[in-house]
Design a protein around this ligand. Structure first.
Ligand code: ATP
Ligand code: MG
Length: 688
């Protein structure tokens, strides 16, 4: 342990060795906050002798949790009897509800619904109520209500504007619906946990005494509800250690409350505050750009980071005519890095809004550059993957009407809408779940309300479900084979326009399932489903490729070589209604501080967006970060040039490069403009 402590600086060590009482570790990016947290966990267990079962470490993504767990376990000197609970807030909520949701009169076989399921429900409700409002708006309002612990009754009473009155009515129906079907949405995982702990003093004491040492990473992104939940969890001991950076608070739009960090110390009787001021991640020029930029914000606690790494290459700017040239230029640079033997895991391209990924995807594919896209349309949200998941859910719990409805006629079994409605009504009238009614009616103990043909199809479905459930009991590892054999989902999708892609996705999911069972032979179907429901943007099936993702998804990560695209007014900062310039700037700070040694900020003259091409100005952040002076461009690096490239010159027009020789930061180019050969410096032409 002494060895491990020696790898820390004095402030980090002070934080690790602090045992009882609240503590706030406040520090800038790359200063070793996460490292300090994992070391502290190892120290508490390995050195102080605290039972790992008495610790709870929370963060925001499964990937971060997995990484922290791995790091902490490596640091623990002895094999621990029980792995410490280290997970996301949502996973913690899920585990808690599995044990205690009965306190709310609900059954613990609940199903977690994701944002896509939620929208499906909302769409139906809005339709029935004849309300025409944007679904994302409704979903996010409801999410806000839940995170503020507002019940539908309160919201209905308070709503004044017509649109909000409508949302309130939808909220009421939505709650009825999810309770009826025993569903739990993401917000419920925290809200219900809070409600149970709040109302049951004995359970609160017991839970707080169980988790005697609580730690939270990325604390700046917690919202009010998460804070109040932490307060309850720490109520018996106040051993709550949080780490965060006010300059990296980027979830204000989702209700994260920066006051949580600013007022942390006021909420506890005793609170130790530790500041970390050395940055171990980035070189001096990168850090300088980040510091210079964030200093333009007025609401901050104020801290300055010193680079431990010292000097390094300048931050580069890459100027392109438009987005396709930008993608091409970046692809070329990345290929060069890869040829030099650079690890693809150390290269990433970031953007402020997901829409900007499209041109990168296109450009990189054209250039044959392998990449993985994080975020965007999540794998688990694709229709075919959701179908399999719904089947699995029905197999785990046939009374899950919500999932059954999704797959009842998929693949097509001739069970039409009218039949389904009749069955639903009959089930409702007899107080049975949809599946139970169907099962009893095909077995003859309930009246058959549908045609003979439909009844035969349902009989087949019930039989398939029974057989698959048997296989799950006896031969879980191989059940996927029987699943495909009986359900034939691939056949269903084969005939569709994009069938090939869909079948690939199905195969990928089957592969993922086999892999999960292979890694953990004790895995149950329930656990598998729970893990999937909690996958977040940062969690993706790993592959050996460079990463492209949004800045939000890059939080907490680091890369040797980093490109940030769309450094233009409108895109970054993202202007428009509700723009929060300080939060935009914090995003800029997060983006820049992901880079270890090599950072390139990219901007274009025009971008195609929402159906039209638009001329745009470069981002004010480039000036604020001290990278350009006013309008006069200081281009420190241009796209690489090589023989055969097409380039454009303001006067001579388009020509082809015949020879390219590096000359300082630039290239001396010999260009053939339609037979007219000229020697020109690269800063005078643009690659096309
Ligand atoms: P972020 O704010 O981006 O989440 P962070 O403060 O959590 O950053 P870490 O990810 O813990 O920072 O650390 C950044 C990098 O610095 C890591 O590569 C880590 O291993 C390294 N590091 C941290 N502390 C030290 C130290 N005392 N000596 C050497 N390297 C360190
Ligand atoms: Mg961190």
């Amino acid at each position: 342990m002494e060895e491990i402590l020696k790898s820390l600086n004095p402030s980090q060590r002070e934080a690790v060795e602090h045992i009882d009482g609240a503590m706030l570790i406040l520090a800038g990016a790359g200063s070793g906050k996460t490292k300090t947290l994992t070391t502290r966990l190892a120290y508490l267990v390995g050195e102080v002798g605290i039972d790992p079962a008495n610790t709870l470490t929370l963060t925001f993504t499964n990937k971060a949790a997995a990484e922290m767990r791995e790091r902490a376990l490596k640091l623990m000197p002895t094999k621990v009897s029980y792995p410490p609970l280290l997970c996301t807030f949502h996973k913690f909520g899920l585990l808690f509800l599995k044990f205690h949701i009965e306190k709310l009169g609900r059954n613990n076989s609940f199903v977690i619904i994701d944002s896509d399921d939620k929208k499906r429900l909302l769409r139906n409700i809005a339709k029935n109520l004849k309300i025409d409002l944007n679904l994302s708006f409704i979903a996010s309002e409801i999410s806000k209500y839940k995170n503020s612990l507002l019940t539908p009754e309160v919201v209905i009473q308070k709503a004044e504007l017509p649109d909000y009155k409508k949302v309130a009515r939808i909220y009421e129906k939505y709650q009825e619906n999810i309770i009826e079907n025993n569903l739990v949405d993401f917000d419920d995982l925290l809200m219900l946990t809070y409600q149970i702990l709040e109302s049951d003093q004995e359970l609160r004491r017991e839970t707080s005494n169980r988790y005697r040492y609580i730690m939270v990473d990325e604390y700046q992104d917690t919202n009010e509800l998460q804070f109040r939940l932490l307060e309850l969890l720490a109520s018996e001991h106040e051993n709550l250690c949080v780490v965060g950076d006010d300059d990296q608070s980027i979830y204000g739009w989702r209700g994260a409350n920066i006051r949580n960090i600013l007022e942390f110390a006021d909420n506890f009787k005793v609170c130790k505050t530790v500041k970390l001021e050395t940055n171990y991640r980035s070189t001096e020029p990168i850090l300088k750009a980040a510091n210079t930029l964030i200093e333009h914000n007025s609401t901050r606690l104020g801290k300055r980071l010193v680079s431990h790494k010292g000097e390094g290459p300048d931050v580069k700017l890459l100027h392109s005519l438009d987005e396709s040239m930008e993608a091409k230029a970046i692809a070329h640079q990345i290929k060069e890095l890869l040829e030099k033997g650079c690890d693809p895991d150390e290269i990433a391209v970031l953007y402020r809004i997901n829409a900007l990924s499209r041109s990168l995807e296109e450009g990189f594919s054209k250039e044959g550059l392998n990449f993985k896209l994080i975020g965007g349309m999540r794998f688990y949200e694709r229709a075919e993957v959701k179908d399999i998941i719904s089947y699995f859910r029905v197999l785990a719990n046939p009374h899950d009407d919500f999932s059954l409805l999704r797959i009842i006629n998929k693949p097509k079994r001739g069970i039409g809408k009218a039949s389904i409605e009749k069955l639903q009504k009959a089930a409702f009238d007899t107080h049975l779940s949809l599946y139970e009614y169907i099962r009893q009616s095909v077995e003859g103990t309930q009246p058959v309300v549908i045609s003979k043909k439909v009844a035969a199809a349902l009989k087949q479905l019930v039989e398939d479900i029974n057989i698959l459930q048997e296989e799950i009991k006896n031969n879980f590892g191989n059940f996927i084979n029987l699943f495909e054999e009986r359900i034939k989902l691939k056949d269903h999708y084969a005939g569709m326009v994009d069938g090939f892609d869909r079948i690939m996705n199905i195969d990928e999911f089957y592969g993922y399932f086999r892999d999960a069972v292979g890694k953990n032979p004790d895995l149950t179907l329930d656990e598998f489903l729970n893990d999937i429901s909690l996958q977040s943007d940062q969690d993706q099936i790993e592959e050996d490729a460079i990463t492209i993702m949004s800045i939000h998804a890059a939080k907490g990560l680091e890369f040797e070589h980093l490109f940030v695209i769309g450094m233009e007014e409108e895109f970054f900062p993202l202007l428009g209604e509700g723009c929060n310039m300080e939060e935009e700037r914090r995003l800029g700070y997060v983006a820049i501080t992901r880079a270890k040694s090599d950072l390139t900020l990219c901007y274009v003259d025009s971008r195609f967006y929402k159906g039209r091409r638009k001329m745009i100005d470069k981002s004010r952040f480039l000036g604020e970060a001290g990278l350009i002076q006013d309008a006069s461009l200081k281009i420190t690096k241009q796209a690489a040039f090589k023989k055969g490239d097409l380039v454009k010159h303001k006067i001579f027009g388009i020509g082809r490069v015949q020879a390219a020789n590096k000359s300082g930061k630039e290239y001396k180019l010999l260009i053939n403009f339609g037979g007219n050969k000229k020697e020109i410096l690269s800063s005078f032409v643009q690659a096309i």
